[in-house]
Design a protein around this ligand. Structure first.
Ligand code: ADE
Length: 234
């Protein structure tokens, strides 16, 4: 069982996603556990203030360190008698290490992952330096916060947890030695679909067919074809 704790000021963004489909089933089967925590519950004042103006000036607000510190401490202490090596605190930021399938594999071996979702103009830098074990980015673009990255990372990790996906044998077949995977081109019925031509002005027809080799039943040839039409993702 792997436990995901998500610290956010918008727990509602995550709730519908986490309550649907394979993620919901994995939670019900107790293969994964996911809890969202509202950062405002760890604020000092009754209004739940979690942000303040940046030192040195500048536009926008910055998430304060104290509520983040309190939230992380409380989540660490709630998950007792565990090996600290099997826990990581991750801060989402576009500056972080790029999230990959390999990283998903490494993280899937942990017991507990605490995610800190930033918002506004950023998070006090001391969170990255003193509280988080890792800074992670899901890609070179700027999002409005860490909630979507948390969902991306949770989904990529969860599907690696044994039992979460139905066809595990299939999954293993696709995993490369280095922890990446091969994404093959896939086809299903019908063998052929006829459509109006997009190339000609008249009412000519085109036929879109499944590659013949896949229908041949020749497994050696099929494997060769897959090798040529797959992409290794690491
Ligand atoms: N926060 C804002 N943009 C992000 C990104 N690309 N990855 C992770 N966290 C983010």
């Amino acid at each position: 069982m792997i436990k995901f704790d998500i610290i956010t000021i918008f727990p509602e963004i995550l709730s519908s996603y986490l309550g649907e489909s394979l993620i919901a089933r994995a939670r019900a089967k107790k293969l994964i556990k996911i809890t969202t925590h509202n950062l405002r519950d760890f604020a000092d004042d009754a209004r739940g203030t979690v942000d303040d103006r940046p030192y040195g000036g500048g536009l926008g607000m910055v998430i304060k360190i104290e509520p983040v510190y309190k939230a992380v401490q409380s989540l660490k202490s709630k998950f007792k008698n565990q090996n600290a090596k099997l826990r990581k605190v991750i801060l989402f930021t576009p500056r972080g290490e790029k999230f990959t399938q390999k990283m998903a594999h490494k993280l899937s071996k942990l017991d507990q992952i605490i995610f800190i979702c930033g918002r506004y103009e950023g998070v006090d830098q001391r969170v990255a330096e003193k509280i988080a074990d890792m800074e992670v980015s899901i890609g070179d673009y700027d999002l409005m916060g860490g909630e979507l990255p948390a969902m991306v990372v949770i989904e990529a990790i969860s599907r690696l947890v044994p039992g979460v996906l139905g066809k595990e044998a299939l999954l293993k077949e696709r995993i490369t030695k280095s922890g990446g995977f091969i994404e093959y081109a896939q086809y299903t019925r019908p063998e052929e679909i006829k459509v109006k031509s997009t190339l000609r002005r008249d009412s000519g027809q085109e036929s879109w067919r499944v590659p013949k080799v896949l229908l041949s039943g020749d497994h050696k040839k099929i494997e060769e074809w897959k090798g040529l039409h797959g992409k290794v993702i690491e």
